[in-house]
Design a protein. Structure first.
Length: 114
């Protein structure tokens, strides 16, 4: 953590995180700071592309019918932990919502939030 703070301080020529906060509060735009820090990291861009790809796959699967996590895992041919991660992210941001519970009270279905 200290290395990251030191790297940022070196890039923007600010001696402390408090001074960095003060610079931002003085009205420095996000564009200025992005240029000063060297732009958006490539890893962040790749992660966003992957998230959007999987979001599209889940959305397409849920347009046909409401599905459980197990059904999505089979349909998308993905590990269940990844399906849960992306599905819960989509629930958090309101793209997907929780549907009904099955007859055995074991699994929830998920559906698109229209």
């Amino acid at each position: 953590m200290k290395d990251t703070v030191k790297d940022l301080q070196d890039k923007v020529d600010i001696s402390s995180p408090i001074e960095a906060r003060d610079e931002i509060e003085k009205g420095k735009s996000a564009k200025y700071l992005r240029e000063k820090l060297g732009g958006i990291p490539e890893k962040a861009k790749e992660n966003l592309k992957e998230f959007n790809r999987i979001k599209k796959l889940i959305s397409e699967a849920l347009t046909v019918e409401d599905m459980t996590i197990k059904q999505l895992t089979v349909k998308l041919n993905m590990p269940s932990d990844e399906v849960v991660y992306y599905l819960m992210s989509l629930v958090k941001y309101g793209v997907v919502k929780i549907g009904d519970i099955d007859d055995m009270d074991e699994y929830y279905t998920y559906k698109l939030n229209k």
